[in-house]
Design a protein around this ligand. Structure first.
Ligand code: 13P
Length: 250
């Protein structure tokens, strides 16, 4: 099974609309020869429209970093899948550890947001990851299994065709401490097997599982050459076109 690598930046709470345009215009020539991989950028809600317009005509995909699960209503401050879709964006990051940690996103909410993303025809990128304490206690696999099961609870195999998973160990995010390629590969194999139990072997083989957590130009190739690491979700190193392009062109 060939899975096309999906290399995504997650800008988090960085970049205005004009800054997003500037970044994308600088990135385009740097990744124009990148074949056999998908290039994606998760932008703040306020920059989605500008980013989608700047990316038009290129193969760069634009996505949001969160949605709310209701279609519309009195939910001050929230945005729906349809609103994201209408900007020209095509994917959404769900259940990032920062959402889980600071904004109360639970597995149950992630599952509801996943259903809403699919209703709005957005590609869902569902994030999972254990904390340092959980890893040190030997609980990483138990925690990941529960997160996967809970976060995908709303999903049937018939709707899982575009699913992307991202393994982001919390201890590796923004710390400069990357999981080793062996550590990441081991978890990706585990997550694929767990996905097979939930959605069947066929979906599990098709599902791309990204690694995130201190991915940098100098460690990207080693990670991405592992057989079950199907892409990257890049934070800090995706804030500059040069370093992000180096990762895309690994
Ligand atoms: P860093 O690449 O800055 O560690 O962030 C990873 C991440 O959280 C991507 O979603």
């Amino acid at each position: 099974m060939t899975r096309i690598p999906f290399i995504a930046g997650n800008w988090k709470m960085f970049k205005t609309g004009p800054e997003a345009i500037e970044f994308i215009n600088a990135l385009k020539p740097l990744v124009k020869d990148a074949r056999g991989r998908e290039v994606a950028l998760g932008a703040p809600a306020t920059a989605l429209q500008a980013a989608a317009e700047a990316a038009r005509g290129s193969s760069i995909l634009i996505g949001a970093q969160n949605i709310y699960f209701e279609k519309e209503g009195a939910y001050t401050g929230e945005i729906s899948g349809a609103m994201v879709q209408a900007t020209g964006a095509s994917f959404v990051i769900l259940g990032h550890s920062e959402r889980r940690q600071f904004f109360g996103d639970t597995n149950e909410w992630v599952a509801r947001k996943l259903a809403a993303a699919l209703d709005a025809k957005l590609i869902p990128v569902v994030c999972l990851g254990e904390s340092l304490a959980e890893r040190e206690k030997g609980d990483a696999f138990k925690v990941l299994s529960a997160q996967l099961q809970g976060s995908l609870a709303s999903l049937t195999p018939a709707r899982a065709g575009t699913l992307i998973l991202a393994y982001e160990p919390v201890w590796a995010i923004g710390t400069g401490k990357t999981a080793t390629k062996e550590q990441a590969q081991e978890v990706h194999v585990f997550l694929r097997a767990e996905t097979a139990k939930l959605l069947g072997e066929d979906i599990a083989q098709k599902t791309r599982i990204l690694y995130g957590g201190s991915v940098k130009p100098d460690n990207a190739a080693a990670l991405l050459n592992e057989p079950d690491i199907d892409g990257a979700l890049v934070g800090g190193a995706a804030l500059k076109p040069d370093s992000f392009a180096q990762i895309v062109n690994f």
